[in-house]
Design a protein around this ligand. Structure first.
Ligand code: 13P
Ligand code: SF4
Length: 338
């Protein structure tokens, strides 16, 4: 074992740890109350030390909480950025702080690396909305149509499809197929959003994100009434009446880039709560209105679980070899599109 996996004690907050983690706290003090820091800091110090010892990197999705996102992550980003980072990292171990399909994607692209997810139950309502058997039935029903699958799916579903996409490249992927009609799985709202931007006919599925489907257009109109200058940014997993109220629609990374380009003013990010906290750290002149819809799956990942994951090398993500090979083809086709 490359590091001491037998040490399981809970780290404590010492003056040495307070000193070591002070620069991190200075950065995130506006989004984490001072009383909470003694519970996070010892874990942050222990995780950062253990990562070096065992040649591991922590990759965190934009929805992870600020103590993870700013405290222990080596790479942060949207689904596409994390998939790309998984290909380019030279570390032996990847700890994926996100949901299961993200860790599975990292493993498919890196079969020789150890990919860990700190909680195996970190799922996704979109990924669980469709099975490989459903895709086979769609192929029988619509023969010859190319199939695009959102990365928010299982490896088995990816293996049945022609190409993957994420929310940042969905339109580009659909149009790259040069087909008048495309099956787009499983997010009905993302499919509808893509359909509104292209002449390609889209056949969709009825999957929804349990976080984004809760936002309403009415809620956004109320923000505009109280703050006529507000910039509304929405994730394309939101329902159509929400998207039609938005000034900008894009992936989590696209939204972050857009807020940074605005730089000052009032903004509402219509997406998971932690995004605003994470971006607020880098955009002190933006006043965020924070409707809070939590993703319960993303929130399963915590600092104590990340430390335990590294200490015990669990939970290791495994994908059956022939499924992985087929799914890799769909992912690599997407990545090659650039
Ligand atoms: P992004 O690829 O935009 O980060 O979206 C992932 C996701 O799960 C959004 O709910
Ligand atoms: Fe899945 Fe929605 Fe959570 Fe993203 S926010 S991981 S799409 S349930």
């Amino acid at each position: 074992m490359p590091f001491n996996s037998t040490t399981q004690e809970v780290p404590s907050f010492t003056t040495e740890i307070a000193e070591l983690t002070r620069p991190i706290y200075q950065k995130i003090r506006d989004v984490i109350p001072e009383e909470e820091w003694p519970t996070h800091a010892p874990y942050i110090a222990a995780i950062n030390a253990l990562k070096l010892e065992c040649d591991a990197v922590v990759m965190a999705h934009n929805y992870q909480t600020p103590e993870i996102f700013h405290g222990v992550a080596d790479f942060t980003g949207d689904s596409l950025a994390l998939a790309r980072q998984a290909v380019s990292t030279s570390a032996a171990i990847i700890v994926l702080c996100g949901v299961h399909f993200m860790a599975e994607t990292a493993k498919i692209l890196n079969p020789e690396k150890t990919v860990l997810i700190p909680d195996l139950d970190a799922g996704c309502s979109l990924a669980s909305s469709i099975t490989a058997a459903d895709v086979r039935l769609l192929k029988e029903r619509y023969p010859g149509r190319p199939i695009v699958t959102y990365v928010n799916t299982s490896a088995a579903v990816k293996a049945e499809c022609d190409i993957c996409c994420t929310s940042s490249n969905a339109l580009k992927v659909v149009e790259s197929l040069k087909s008048p009609e495309v099956i787009f799985l499983p997010d009905e709202y993302l499919a509808g959003y893509v359909a509104s931007q292209t002449d390609v006919k889209i056949i969709s599925w009825h999957g929804h994100c349990e976080v984004h489907e809760r936002f309403t257009g009415q809620e956004l109109r109320a923000y505009r009434e109280t703050s006529p200058d507000i910039s509304i940014l929405a994730h394309p997993e939101c329902p159509p009446d929400v998207l039609s109220e938005a000034d900008y629609v894009g992936s989590t990374a696209g939204m972050i880039k857009h807020v940074k380009s605005i730089g000052v003013g009032r903004v509402v990010m219509v997406t998971e709560c932690s995004m605003s906290d994470n971006v607020a750290v880098e955009c002190p002149d933006v006043d965020f209105v924070r409707p809070c819809n939590l993703c319960p799956h993303m929130k399963r990942i915590t600092l104590p679980k990340i430390l335990s994951s590294l200490r015990n090398l669990e939970y290791q993500v495994q994908v059956e070899a022939s499924t992985a090979a087929q799914a890799r083809r769909s992912l690599e086709r997407m990545i090659q599109l650039g």
